[in-house]
Design a binder for this molecule. Sequence first.
Ligand SMILES: O=P(O)(O)OC[C@H]1O[C@](O)(CO)[C@@H](O)[C@@H]1O
Length: 277
Amino acid sequence: MKLIKVADYNEMSRIAADYVIDKLHRNPQIKLGMATGDTPKGLYRELISDHVMNGTSYKHVQTFNLDEYIGLSGRDYQSYRYYMDTRLFDHIDIDKKNTHLPKGDAVDEFAEAEAYEKLIQDSGKVDLQILGLGGNGHIGFNEPGTPFDSTTHVVELTLATRTANAKFFGSLDLVPNRAITMGISTIMGSEEILLLVSGAAKSTALSRLVLREIDEGFPASILKTHQNATIIADEAALQYLDSVVFGSVPAHDAIHGGRNADIAGFWSLDVPVQDTI
Ligand SMILES: O=P(O)(O)OC[C@H]1O[C@](O)(CO)[C@@H](O)[C@@H]1O
């Protein structure tokens, strides 16, 4: 796993956008896994700006979002479909038919979860999965305790996650209790993973991810076993880890080492891939 340290949210968003655009130029038919929440908003702004300024095309791109709230239709402005349309898809030349999210208003949510997993598997691997990190270690809506071998499923959201997401709804009471989410095994099936982490509120979670053991009580810990996972984290998110991880390696290795030497000026560090859990 590669850990790239950047100054702040804006820099994280720019570097993440460069990363995605580079992959897209290499593979115009790329299958992107998309996340929602606050974290990727800046990334999506940067992608739109690049599309407008440089004409990067999404005509042949397919997207698969991680999750959707149960009970919300795509027209509901709190739905993740609405979020993706208004924050990205409506502003680039992507074919909406190629943008996929679970249907939150499906009559049978369990059948919908199964159908969504099949859609992902039938399309082949997601090439690059973008992730945010929940304060309790959730990825997608996979809450602590979710089996690592889970596929797309219906989940009861924890109070911690509903409380964290109340900021989007105005009140905790309005936050749905359930969602459909890609499972952990679905996420881990992606060719490559890009985890974005910003802000002091995520620093405990990020240090637990990097330093502590892999366990289902902290879903994001599984990312340490992925062969091609990168974290881009800002200084605030790295405040606990900084001294422990970056402080413990020679500056030269930390700044210019590893596979990431081409992103000059940003600290990067290879965290060994772990293969035992
Ligand atoms: O980016 P935020 O708003 O901090 O949320 C972190 C994660 O939690 C979620 O909102 C819920 O899954 C994700 O969409 C996001 O990646």
